[in-house]
Design a protein around this ligand. Structure first.
Ligand code: SF4
Ligand code: SF4
Length: 162
């Protein structure tokens, strides 16, 4: 009889503890948003690591990149391809495969020119893996309000085989 009463009291206490935890979280301020009716504010996105982007050097689509390849060498996922331009140190091609990126920041930390950083694109969507293989020079031009450079035409495999 006494054991049954003690067991019931323990069960009741457990219920009180559980409900107090539920009540505390129920009354605390909401930490999530109802997307798409609401979006996360820029202050929260400061620490968010989205896909890489080039840091603009001017408003003409120029980047700080000096084509040193340090980022590509540091990358454990082989995500980055930088091709130096014909004149000067500026790259003529900067490709980044977001599908392979683990957001480790090795590239950002190894860059001697401060030329790359993580974007805060939290609402980025893609319908195919191809759309996540990014041309960062075109992206930079677009962010500067310029027309992105046309994508290079895919290689004609029929001719290559012939
Ligand atoms: S964040 Fe890491 S995995 Fe992604 S591109 Fe940079 S070095 Fe490579
Ligand atoms: S490490 Fe920096 S400067 Fe060197 S190629 Fe990469 S982005 Fe450009």
């Amino acid at each position: 009889m006494i054991k049954a009463v003690v067991d019931n009291l323990k069960g009741l206490w457990s219920l009180v503890v559980g409900l107090s935890v539920t009540g505390r979280f129920f009354l605390s301020p909401q930490k999530t948003v109802h997307f798409p009716r609401d979006v996360v504010g820029p202050e929260i996105l400061e620490s968010f690591r989205g896909p890489l982007e080039l840091v603009p050097a001017d408003d003409q689509g120029g980047s700080k990149c000096i084509s040193c390849q340090m980022c590509a060498r540091a990358c454990p996922g082989d995500c980055i391809t930088v091709v130096k331009g014909d004149a000067g140190k500026a790259p003529k091609e900067y490709k980044y495969d977001f599908t392979l990126c683990c957001l480790c920041a090795a590239c950002v930390e190894s860059c001697p020119a401060g030329a790359i950083r993580f974007s805060h694109r939290v609402y980025m969507v893609a319908r195919s893996r191809e759309e996540l293989r990014l041309d960062l020079l075109a992206d930079l031009r677009e962010r500067c309000g310029l027309e992105p450079a046309p994508a290079p035409a895919p290689a004609d495999k029929t001719k290559a085989v012939a």
